[in-house]
Ligand binder design. Sequence first.
Ligand SMILES: Nc1ncnc2c1ncn2[C@@H]1O[C@H](COP(=O)(O)OP(=O)(O)O)[C@@H](O)[C@H]1O
Ligand SMILES: [Mg+2]
Length: 145
Amino acid sequence: MEQIVRRLRKTCAKTRKGLSRKLGMSLRLVASGAYRTVYSISDKPLVIKIPHCRGALAHARQEHKMIKRLKRRVPELMPEVLHFNHKTGVALHRKYSRVGVTSRHSDKAEQILRSKKLPYGDMHYGNVALDGAVVKVIDLGCFRP
Ligand SMILES: Nc1ncnc2c1ncn2[C@@H]1O[C@H](COP(=O)(O)OP(=O)(O)O)[C@@H](O)[C@H]1O
Ligand SMILES: [Mg+2]
């Protein structure tokens, strides 16, 4: 894990091929959203999130800012961030389970954020995942203060 972070710190690669080469590990497609393509790193419990379109860099930076801010208020809802490259928007996060995730989970996360008068945005089931029974928001790019 530390080796992956160390290697990512040293590179500004922003393609699957370039990052795979730098890491010396295979990247397997997990899913793709409107802004980013998400890969898992060999057999590690990690995902690498790569911006793939215009606006995606701003989206990734907004997410990073929001995670840092909300980590203090709702730590249990936030994903674990292991690395973020401000220049490329490439992020390394812990991988969470999407098995059995429904809109009930995103509604629950939204309700927690609303009740604390915290920002939220684009809360649908594709943007949440599970750490055991704990709901994690895995996409905060559309959170607005
Ligand atoms: N931390 C994660 N763990 C597991 N799957 C993830 C994680 N982050 C993203 N994904 C998967 O990748 C998809 C796209 O990621 P997302 O961050 O929503 O991208 P976008 O910003 O393009 O919407 C998600 O819907 C989910 O299926
Ligand atoms: Mg998304």
